[in-house]
Design a protein around this ligand. Structure first.
Ligand code: ZN
Length: 342
């Protein structure tokens, strides 16, 4: 099996959001961090292709897709209160979906793991509207593509972004082929992601929400992954795993209230690799708004995915698993024990 790959295109800069917090400087910071790291810069970079309309239609209404295109063609404007669409944003959003799909094709061929460094992010985008900086749901489209084109039947999506991925949850809420596991701050944007939202119909038990108070640290996240994700994923046996990689749980992030360090992202990625028996893990960039924290955290993930050492000096961070995290894990266990051996 060939080494891993980063999926990136400088065209992702062309989703021009002005001085919005979700700007092209995020990917610039990540790519600069990669260029300055002697191991990360040796990882192959694949150029994504643009998704076809049908690939995006698998998860979005045709009218919504056409509406984004019209707004971009007319010079741009706001898709919702948070989400800007520039004249190039339709093309870039299609390329972001294409980046996640390209990662699927790469790992289904001969690449071990992949990281799609894309923007705009995707996990809030729902079937018929943009939300929270997201235009099309990159991970949802790619997971649907993997099921349709590579005949996969068990896909795990782990979403550690500080915000709940309402769009991804909705995409697979009644689908037992996709297990969605999200840790997120709650109450917080977008307001979804409660314990009892476990899926519906055939998808009942395949949606796992771990709502958290602010302040969760490295030990807390590791505990959640060890106690909940590991046993559930071992029973689910994913054929392919996506990480909705939102690095806005870093302690320096200006939006999120969590306390993860860059090293934590590596540890969580290691745990996700362990619970993915087929080996293939695809990270897709979601949030993360402190430029240095985003770059370091992303390189830490790459270190795990692509097998090189990383170490970051962190401020004094609090250690230990809080009582609040333990209590929340117990509550998730109690609810999910209806569906899983926990
Ligand atoms: Zn986020």
């Amino acid at each position: 099996m060939a080494a891993g790959a980063i999926i990136y295109d400088p065209a992702y800069r062309n989703h021009d959001t002005g001085n919005h917090v979700e700007s092209s400087s995020r990917l610039d910071a990540v790519m600069q961090g990669i260029a300055e790291n002697e191991y990360a810069r040796r990882v192959a970079i694949l150029k994504p292709y643009r998704a076809t309309i049908d690939q995006v239609k698998a998860n979005h209404d045709a009218r919504y897709i056409a509406g984004v295109r019209r707004l971009a063609d007319a010079g741009g404007g706001w898709l919702d209160a948070d989400t800007y669409c520039s004249s190039q944003s339709y093309a870039v959003a299609m390329l972001a979906v294409g980046g996640a799909i390209c990662a699927v094709d790469a790992v289904m061929a001969d690449v071990s793991n992949a990281f799609a460094l894309v923007r705009p992010p995707g996990h809030h985008a729902v079937r018929n509207k943009a939300m929270g900086f997201c235009i099309f749901n990159n991970v949802a489209c790619a997971a649907k593509y993997a099921m349709a084109s590579h005949d996969l039947e068990r896909i795990l999506i782990v979403d550690w972004d500080v915000h709940h991925g309402n769009g991804t949850e909705a995409a697979f809420y009644e689908d037992q082929r996709v297990l969605y596991f999200s840790t997120h701050q709650r109450p917080f944007y977008p307001g979804t992601g409660d314990y009892e939202d476990v899926g519906a119909g055939d998808g009942k038990g395949f949606n796992i929400n771990v709502p958290l108070s602010p302040g969760v640290n490295d030990d807390g996240y590791n505990y959640i992954y060890e106690t909940l994700l590991a046993p559930i994923a071992a029973q689910f046996e994913p054929e392919l795993t996506f990480i909705s990689a939102g690095q806005d749980i870093h302690y320096a992030d200006p939006i999120g209230g969590m306390c993860a360090t860059a090293n934590c992202f590596r540890e969580l990625t290691e745990r996700i690799k362990t619970v993915s028996p087929e080996g293939q893990v695809i990270a897709v960039l979601e949030g993360g708004y402190d430029l240095e924290a985003l770059a370091n955290s992303t390189i830490a993930i790459c270190g795990s995915l692509f097998g090189f050492a990383t170490s970051f000096v962190e401020e004094d961070v609090e250690l230990g698993i809080s009582q609040d995290v333990r209590a929340r894990v117990e509550k998730v266990k109690e609810i999910q024990a209806r569906y899983w051996d926990l």
